[in-house]
Design a protein. Sequence first.
Length: 235
Amino acid sequence: MSDALRVLVVEDETELAAVVISYFEREGYLVDSAVDGPSAVEKARVGLPDLVILDLMLPGFDGIEVCRQIRTFSNAYILMLTAREEEIDKIVGFAVGADDYVVKPVSPRELIARAKAILRRPRTQAIGSKVEGNDDLLRFAEIELDSNSRTVTVGGKVVELTKTEFDLLEIMMESPKNVFSRRTLLESVWGGEWYGEIHVVDVHIGHLRKKLADAGGSDGLIRTIRGIGYGMELG
């Protein structure tokens, strides 16, 4: 079982946590668990999970803060659970690096399916790791993207992107004259079988645009084609 993927389940509802853990274990995953914010961060730091199932409302501090702290040392996939449907929760969650959201109640089978879809995405390097060479540069206007080291700069200024934002930008920069539908972007970044909302793409594109603009990027670098999707364009 040394090759089994590691899952950290962070949930303070004991019965729900037990059910989720049992389902993941049946699927062959190595599962650890936590019931509050501080222990979740510590177990993520020590156990280096591939996937974190993270409840939004937790004792200690909430899932948003857990997500924010985990992102300082790990690129583990993060699937957040919430009982609240307010859009602000989703927007804030994705801003700190969550990969997907599921609104409770959710069946364990659906949760497993969503997790498998996330885990099929290519893994990225761990934060802070170094790669020799720098031969995979993409340039568009003042943006420079290094596919090898997975870094992005705007006018020489480093822009901190989540792995989802980076993947979206890389796809569009590889073919800057193309227009990409939401479905195409979902299949390319999230994987072929997607069980969530297609407009999750819009949330990530919105954050990507803001980060590029805040770093001094030109207006309109990522254009919206109404009814179709997105592409790159000079403003």
